[in-house]
Design a protein around this ligand. Structure first.
Ligand code: NAP
Length: 341
């Protein structure tokens, strides 16, 4: 039977952003629930080691995820795991209704969307057919299946370069296939690629078809040089890792909201979206970079701003309907320095 829940703050997604927001709203004594479609962790669960989280020179993604969840729960946040959010809508009375795919409803005056995104697909024949049987979007999850294989990585950004380097710990050879003649990855990640003897870079090349045998899985990769038009069947390649970007999970937001050309949610500097009371942080948000630390920082801002917004609602005395006055409460506090501890 469908259930109804009432909270001060509903947080959608338990990645680093969602768990940080939960820590801060819990610590501000707000009744907080984090609704997560899987286990808490988000992209941390797809990451072996992290070395760029301040205070942790080297930590397993899964261990960090557990620490984040435990810390947020310590301040009272509830976690509802394996719950798939279908839609979040602002009602005429100014409150939010978050519904799940089985019809459960979470009501709250504030929602923080930290739902992350899903990997972009190449859209080539065989890609989906052989997903999980040669084609992968997660090096940490699947690298172990490719010990001593020859594999290919598609992409030219930070993710492709970093993961190609990582995959050489398992594969005997990695072709890094990029559609242009230069990477967009950071200089350091490029250096690692060019210095790694197990990586062969194939610029100006696109993957055209994942070739396979339905009974066996992927058996080869067909590629094309975009300048010469030359096609090649790489019959030694039995794995393809695709790192060509991420699509933000914004489909759950009902109604119009401001977003950039890539579909990422635009926010103000308090992390509020163009829908008053709806905040966003982490990978769903339009921003320069997507790191654990930036996700956590933005989520901190979102949670503190959400608390101010709720205070503004209470002070406005008009219940949840006066979201304009509540939004002003954040702006006033912002102008005056907004001390918070
Ligand atoms: P990204 O920076 O957007 O790079 C995507 C790459 O895929 C680009 O090289 C792009 O080619 C290529 N691409 C896009 N669509 C394609 C298609 N249909 N066919 C073939 N190639 C295609 O994405 P990302 O590497 O996933 O990184 C996302 C964000 O996370 C970035 O901000 C990145 O800095 C960050 N990140 C950081 C780290 C780190 O610092 N350690 C690690 C991973 C990710 P073009 O270059 O031709 O557009």
């Amino acid at each position: 039977m469908a259930t109804e829940h009432q909270h001060d703050v509903v947080i959608i997604g338990a990645g680093p952003a969602g768990m940080t927001a939960a820590l801060y709203t819990g610590r501000a004594m707000l009744r907080t629930v984090v609704v997560e479609k899987g286990e808490p962790g988000g992209e941390l669960l797809n990451t072996e080691y992290l070395d760029d989280v301040i205070g942790f020179p080297k930590i397993l993604g899964r261990d960090l995820a557990e620490k984040f969840a435990t810390h947020a729960q310590h301040f009272g946040a509830e976690f509802h795991n394996f719950v798939n959010v279908h839609r979040v809508a602002k009602l005429p009375d100014g409150t939010f209704e978050t519904t799940t795919d089985i019809g459960d409803v979470y009501r709250s005056p504030v929602v923080i969307v930290t739902a992350g995104g899903i990997p972009t697909k190449l859209g080539i024949p065989g890609e989906l057919e052989y997903a999980g049987r040669g084609v992968s979007y997660c090096a940490i999850c699947d690298a172990n299946f490719f010990k001593d294989h020859v594999i290919a990585v598609a992409g030219g950004g930070d993710a492709a370069c970093e993961e190609a380097d990582y995959l050489t710990r398992f594969a005997k050879k990695v072709y890094l296939i990029h559609r242009r003649g230069e990477f967009r990855a950071s200089a350091l990640l490029q250096k690692h690629v060019f210095e790694n003897p197990k990586i062969e870079v194939m610029f100006n090349t696109v993957a055209e078809e994942v070739v396979g045998d339905p009974g066996v899985g992927m058996t080869a990769l067909r590629v094309k040089h975009v300048v010469t038009g030359e096609q090649k069947l790489m019959s030694d390649v039995t794995g393809l890792f695709v790192f060509i970007g991420f699509r933000p999970n914004t489909g759950i937001i009902d109604g119009h909201f401001a977003h950039d050309e890539m579909g990422y949610v635009k926010t103000d500097d308090a992390m509020m979206t163009s829908i008053p009371g709806l905040f966003a942080a982490g990978d769903v948000r339009s921003q320069l970079t997507r790191q654990v630390t930036t996700a956590c920082g933005d989520a901190t801002t979102a949670a503190i701003a959400a608390d101010k917004y709720l205070k503004g609602l209470r002070e406005a005395g008009n219940g949840a309907s006066d979201s304009k006055r509540a939004k002003e409460a954040i702006e006033t506090s912002h102008v005056s320095g907004g001390g918070y501890s």
